[in-house]
Write a protein that binds this ligand. Structure first.
Ligand code: NAD
Length: 369
């Protein structure tokens, strides 16, 4: 299998965690005879400094000319005073729009042994394995009109969806649910918003195409509560842009850290893969960044852009194995707890690398018998 991946590591901890993800992908390629080519380009604050733009033309051209894009994170305190369209985050929004992916997949899994850092009780989080499917190109973040009239003291954003936009993202959610535990929870605010009434009616129509998948509709406020009370009841959560942004970050609490969450954006010209977290300027350069979100993102590249399901599982199993043995980056360790071994970003990457080597060696030995 050949794969050309554009790597845009970005700012803060972006380069630190992306390096580990690339090493894991290189390991899979080396052990299983694939040819993965990595093209490194700039985005975000580092691109503003060197190229004068948060998304240089050559970065966009490279991204469009690849099979997948792997992004670290963008953003930094020095850019906070800039207007929104000049900031590092503008580069990411422009890239997402240009690539055209509309379905943002965000898995949240409670790995064993459960992180002491989650404020939720183990009996609540144990076994939780949720896949958020968030619509990424519509809703409040992109719809027109939008305005801020400072003189009038008035600002306006619009939440707009068409039936076609809901159908295409709903089909992604139902397809994925049919390969998982067969349940979709669609989240809206249909008791108040017309756009949510369209959402609910359309999802109900799409559900009829999937008799093997059960559908449940929840209002977003109730869903926020159920996610914390009974996370195990969720399989695939389908929702619009803003609700998905908020609920998937809330779900980080189930995993113990934002640093554990990977994501993939599919459905456009080229799929975009990025850990959910930001550039974390408070810990950049300290070796405290958790690279597992980025490494699990690498697994999603293999699953969704290369059809290498077995290799994707091998990476996820390697992560589970390292956590099982008690290794944790600082974000997952709560002071005063025993049996957890704090490791740096690089050490965590190396541990996953070693576990992955063993898993693939074992699989190859079994195959040879
Ligand atoms: P953040 O995700 O960067 O950090 C939130 C908290 O989580 C911080 O305490 C941070 O130390 C911790 N954290 C995040 N990732 C971690 C990891 N892998 N390992 C350990 N701890 C981790 O969010 P923020 O602080 O609100 O934003 C910082 C900058 O990142 C801002 O400029 C923001 O705009 C940007 N941002 C970028 C993205 C992106 O690139 N996709 C997403 C969110 C925020």
């Amino acid at each position: 299998m050949e794969l050309k991946i554009t790597v845009v590591a970005g700012d803060g901890i972006g380069p630190e965690v992306t390096r580990e993800a690339v090493e894991i992908l290189s390991t899979v390629a080396h052990l299983n005879g694939h040819k993965f080519t990595f093209v490194e380009e700039r985005i975000g604050g580092v691109a503003i400094r060197q190229d004068g733009s948060p998304l240089p033309a050559r970065t966009l051209a490279a991204a469009l000319d690849s099979d997948a894009v792997l992004l670290g994170a963008v953003g930094g305190n020095e850019f906070n005073a800039l207007p929104p369209d000049k900031r590092p985050e503008a580069g990411l929004l422009q890239l997402r729009q240009a690539l055209g992916g509309y379905a943002n997949l965000r898995p949240a899994v409670a790995y064993e042994p459960l992180s002491h850092n989650s404020p939720l009780r183990p009996e609540v989080t144990r076994g939780a394995d949720i896949l958020f499917v968030r619509e990424l190109l519509g809703g409040l973040y992109f719809s027109q009109p939008r305005a801020w009239d400072r003189d009038a003291g008035m600002a306006l954003n619009t939440m707009r969806y068409t039936r076609a936009e809901v159908v295409r993202v709903a089909r992604v959610a139902f397809d994925l649910a049919s390969k998982r535990r067969g349940k979709v929870t669609s989240v809206d605010k249909a008791n108040v918003l017309e756009v949510s009434q369209l959402w609910r009616a359309t999802v109900t129509e799409v559900a009829a195409e999937y008799p093997g998948v059960t559908i449940d509709h929840q209002y977003v406020d109730a869903c926020a509560m159920h996610l914390m009370n009974t996370p195990r009841n969720f399989d695939v959560v389908l929702t619009e842009n803003l609700f998905g942004d908020i609920l998937s970050d809330e779900a980080a609490v189930i995993t113990g850290s934002l640093g554990m969450l990977p994501s993939a954006t599919i459905g456009g010209k080229v799929n975009l893969y990025e850990p959910v977290h930001g550039s974390a300027p408070d810990i950049a350069g300290t070796g405290k960044a958790n690279p597992l979100g980025a490494i699990l993102t690498a697994a999603m590249i293999l699953r969704h852009s290369a059809g290498l399901e077995q290799d994707a599982r091998a990476i996820e199993d390697a992560v589970a194995n390292v956590l099982q043995r008690g290794y944790r980056t600082a974000d997952l360790v709560r002071a005063g707890t025993h049996g957890e071994q704090p490791v740096t970003t690089r050490e965590m990457g190396r541990l996953v690398y070693e576990a992955l080597n063993e898993i693939i060696d074992r699989a190859q030995a079994l195959h040879a018998v």
